[in-house]
Design a protein around this ligand. Structure first.
Ligand SMILES: [Zn+2]
Length: 213
C-alpha cells in the first residue's frame, strides 16, 4: 500500500502519519527527514540542495524528486510507503506517478486532510515550542503546566517566528496557490480520498482508516 498524507500546514499530517505507519506496516517517508539526513551526511544531492538554500532559493522540483526517489528505492519502502510533506507541487507529483508506473508499483492514493483556514490559524498561531527539546504546546488546549517553561526540560517555551499569525497566513496562501493543485492532479487520476481533519485526533485516525478499507 502506498499513500500520500496530504493537507495544509497545521492539519496534523505528521501526527497521523506516525500513528498509521506502525499499524499498516509501511514506511513513513517525510521530506523533512530526507533533507536533514542528506544535508547532515553531505551527500551529492544534499550538497546540491544546500547550494540553492544558501542562495535563499527554493530547491528545484527535480532535485527534491531525486532526493525522494533515492529514499523510495531503499528496501524498507518495498512493502509500501506513507509520504508526508511530498509532493508539494504538481511537477513533483508528475515525477512521482511516472516513477511508480515505471517501477510497476501501485500508484499512491492521496488522503487529503481538510481543515478550514480559521482553525489552522488558531492551531498554528497558538502553538508554542520549547527552544531546547522541540516539545510543542498550545496556549489554549495544551499550555505548559508552569506557564512559560517546558514540562519536559524546563527550558523557555516561545512562539516560533513561523507561527506568528502573519506568517501563518502567508504559509496558507502559498499552500493554496502552489500545493493545493496537487489534489486536483491526483483527482484527475482517480486517486483521492477526502477526510475531515477537524476534531479529536483519534476520530481523525478512525476516519482515515475507514477510507483505506
Ligand atoms: Zn523542552
Amino acid at each position: 500500500m502506498n499513500l500520500v498524507l496530504f493537507g495544509p500546514p497545521g492539519a496534523g499530517k505528521g501526527t497521523q502519519a506516525s500513528r498509521l505507519c506502525g499499524e499498516l506496516g509501511i514506511s513513513q517517508v517525510a521530506t523533512g527527514d530526507i533533507f536533514r539526513k542528506n544535508l547532515k551526511e553531505g551527500t551529492e544531492l544534499g550538497t546540491l540542495a544546500r547550494s540553492y538554500m544558501n542562495r535563499g532559493k527554493l530547491v528545484p522540483d527535480d532535485v527534491v524528486w531525486k532526493l525522494v526517489e533515492d529514499r523510495l528505492s531503499q528496501p524498507d519502502c518495498a512493502e509500501g510507503v506513507l509520504l508526508d510533506g511530498f509532493p508539494r507541487t504538481v511537477t513533483q507529483a508528475e515525477f512521482m506517478l511516472e516513477w511508480f508506473e515505471r517501477m510497476g508499483r501501485d500508484k499512491p492514493r492521496l488522503v487529503s486532510l481538510e481543515v478550514p483556514d480559521d482553525e489552522l490559524i488558531a492551531r498554528l498561531s497558538g502553538r508554542r515550542t520549547c527552544l531546547n527539546c522541540g516539545a510543542t504546546y498550545h496556549v489554549a488546549h495544551n499550555p505548559p503546566r508552569t506557564g512559560g517553561a517546558c514540562d519536559a526540560c524546563g527550558s523557555e517555551v516561545v512562539q516560533r517566528e513561523d507561527d506568528t499569525e502573519d506568517r501563518v497566513r502567508l504559509r496558507l496562501a502559498t499552500y493554496h496557490a502552489q500545493t493545493a493543485p496537487v489534489v486536483a492532479f491526483f483527482l484527475g487520476h482517480g486517486l483521492v480520498d477526502t477526510v475531515d481533519g477537524t476534531g479529536d485526533i483519534d476520530a481523525i485516525t478512525d476516519r482515515i482508516r475507514a477510507v483505506l478499507r
